[in-house]
Design a protein around this ligand. Structure first.
Ligand SMILES: [Ca+2]
Length: 96
């Protein structure tokens, strides 16, 4: 699938997360992905960011392809869009 095209197209939308969902969404993918199946589902995301305003709304925005889960690419595209940078040293595939 044309994931990068999709992510580029929607990067501006990601900025809306702050306005809609309140709070800061930053973290290690591996920490959020509690069962380590490489997909962060809504339950995992909401639990991890439960202190934030509306993590379910943030999840819906970050899940760019609406698959019901956030994969590693989506998470880092989101973080880059917000200038959070990259903290996961266990991911040699990460583009820089
Ligand atoms: Ca998971």
């Amino acid at each position: 699938m044309k994931k990068f095209a999709v992510l580029t197209f929607l990067s501006a939308l990601l900025i809306a997360v702050f306005a809609i969902a309140g709070g800061k969404y930053d973290g290690h993918f591996g920490d959020i992905d509690k069962n380590s199946d490489k997909v962060v589902v809504k339950e995992e995301f909401v639990e991890f960011f439960k202190a934030n305003g509306d993590p379910a709304a943030a999840f819906a925005i970050i899940d760019v392809d609406k698959s019901g889960g956030i994969d590693h690419d989506e998470w880092h595209a989101f973080k880059e869009a917000h200038g959070y940078g990259h903290k996961d040293s266990n991911n040699p595939d990460e583009k820089k």
